[in-house]
Design a protein around this ligand. Structure first.
Ligand code: ADP
Ligand code: MG
Length: 238
């Protein structure tokens, strides 16, 4: 579904991604872990088309991702650590906005769908609330509903719960688990190892701009025993 090959990326002369290659199959659940600053967010931005890599290639369903109009950008959804909701719009309006503006959906239909999505993220009763009236966990669930409103085929999550306290983290991760059960292809950067084991088919470990390990999730414990860097990282998470 997505093929990234030999990606290189530098900022101000410092190389942040070094010859990174990653393939994602349809329906696959890929978890990316690794220390802060190892290049996880940069990798997600580079392979989702948000940012241009200095070298290498990324294709989505066989089409180069940077080619203008080559594929439907809205097939790829992205969720960030910061929820980035539009503050002056209600939860419902946040979810309806892109379908109406980008997909030119009829407003009534978009509203119906937004209400269905609010139900999926268990926030039907908060439809008319503004972001600042919602908890962090609720805002992130609205952000997920907003992404889903565009019918993405592939979703990237960049530490979706790292700004949340443990209770809200569970609320958000439960929604991701539901999505995954529905067959969505997902790539998730997370430090939540229990969750990673639960939903991940594959665990990719990044360190200093390279992928140092890419393995089936069930091998994680074994790899940690064999690889001192992974072992150290996991022990820091506690
Ligand atoms: P991670 O998500 O694993 O914590 P990042 O991809 O955010 O790592 O960052 C990797 C490195 O690249 C860090 O040293 C960071 O400071 C640097 N970096 C990331 N984005 C930028 C940017 N837009 N401009 C300059 N440096 C950046
Ligand atoms: Mg990051």
């Amino acid at each position: 579904m997505l093929r990234a090959e030999h990606i290189e990326k530098s900022y101000n002369g410092t190389q942040v991604l070094k010859d990174v290659s990653l393939n994602i199959k349809q329906g696959e659940k890929v978890v990316i872990i690794g220390p802060s600053g190892s290049g996880k967010s940069t990798l997600l931005r580079s392979i989702s088309g948000l940012e241009k890599a200095d070298a290498g290639s990324v294709s989505y369903k066989g089409v180069p991702i940077r080619e203008k109009g080559a594929y439907d950008r809205t097939e790829i959804g992205m969720i960030f650590q910061s929820f980035d909701l539009f503050e002056h719009l209600t939860a419902l309006e946040n979810i309806m906005l892109a379908p109406v503006l980008v997909h030119k959906e009829n407003k009534e239909r978009a509203k119906e769908k937004a209400m269905e999505l609010l139900e999926i993220v268990h926030l039907s009763e908060r439809a008319d609330y503004y972001p600042q009236e919602l908890s962090g966990g609720q805002q992130q669930r609205i952000a997920i509903a907003r992404a889903l409103a565009m019918n993405p085929k592939l979703m990237f999550f960049d530490e979706p719960t790292s700004a949340l306290d443990p209770e809200m983290t569970v609320e958000v991760l439960d929604i991701v688990v539901e999505l995954v059960k529905g067959g969505m292809t997902v790539v998730i950067v997370t430090h939540e190892m229990e969750f990673a084991r639960r939903v991940g088919d594959r665990v990719v470990f990044m360190d200093q701009g390279t992928i140092i390990s890419d393995m089936p999730a069930e091998r994680l414990t074994m790899s940690a025993a064999e690889n001192p860097r992974i072992k150290q990282f996991l022990s820091q998470l506690g």
